[in-house]
Design a protein around this ligand. Structure first.
Ligand code: ZN
Length: 257
């Protein structure tokens, strides 16, 4: 019933109970999970998870935090992985000017390269953008990529609309339940449900009322309840529509359950 569009089950925080938790999460009603790579190692682990579980799919890519060490060889490897049946997106890629863990020139360069790769291999992208709203938008616009999700969207209603006009979907996670999440609540109010994907970003960003704990995809229910409250649409319908949306984003080239 729920489609988890963004999780990191390869994270070390799940080392003690990964398999039990994944199975429990699936039994709970999370039908499909996209496990998101953030560097070469976690991309490889995402693929391994997708091979182990029929309902897990993988995104491969290098997060702006880690692009400082990226090479042409990594692009080659990502290209090779993109041909695998269960690799359904390039991500997470983008810009992070909050932490600036890689030099900004390097962030922009490898973001552009990975966008070009996504276009070449005809896969959607999973975008990470923090304190770089305008530049992220400009770089995507200048690329040919017109399919994907702006993960953990933190921009204004205006930017959400501009992304939607360009063909993108808006990723809504735990922040929508936070007391200081007013900006995202407004975005959810103003954009059509048909353009929203739900995500937990597990193990990070647990929603209220479990904020601060290790997140898992079962907590999608709190995010769905909040969207249901905001939009006055039943939780069942929110789960159903966001699940259909995710299938549109991730299954153009490859079939997702
Ligand atoms: Zn993430």
């Amino acid at each position: 019933m729920y489609f988890e569009s963004h999780a990191h089950y390869d994270d070390a925080k799940f080392d003690e109970n990964r398999d039990i938790l994944i199975e429990e999460t699936h039994a709970f009603g999370v039908d499909t999970i996209i496990n998101i790579g953030a560097d070469m190692e976690s991309s490889q682990k995402s693929i391994e998870l997708s091979e182990r579980y029929p309902y897990i799919y993988a995104a491969v890519g290098v997060h702006p935090h880690d692009v400082k060490d990226m090479t042409d060889k990594d692009i080659e490897k990502l290209r090779e992985w993109s041909r695998l049946e269960k690799v359904v997106a390039i991500g997470e890629i983008g810009l992070d000017y909050h932490y600036d863990l890689s030099p900004r020139d390097s962030q922009r360069y490898w973001f552009e390269r990975q966008l070009a790769l996504a276009w070449e291999v005809e896969l959607p992208v999973v975008i990470h953008s923090r304190e770089a709203t305008q530049e992220t938008f400009d770089i995507i616009k200048a690329s040919n990529v017109r399919r994907g999700v702006i993960h953990a969207f933190s921009g204004s209603v205006d930017f959400a609309r501009r992304y939607i006009d360009m063909g993108f979907y808006i990723g809504v996670g735990g922040v929508v339940t936070f007391k200081n999440g007013r900006k995202l609540v407004e975005v959810v109010q103003e954009i059509p449900l048909e353009r929203i994907l739900i995500e937990t970003d597990s193990p990070y960003l647990s929603p209220e009322p479990v904020r601060g704990t290790v997140n898992n995809s079962q907590n999608l229910k709190y995010i769905v309840e909040k969207i249901s409250d905001i939009k006055q649409i039943s939780p069942q319908k929110v789960a159903k529509i966001t699940s259909e949306n995710a299938k549109v984003v991730f299954c153009n080239k490859k079939v997702v359950a």
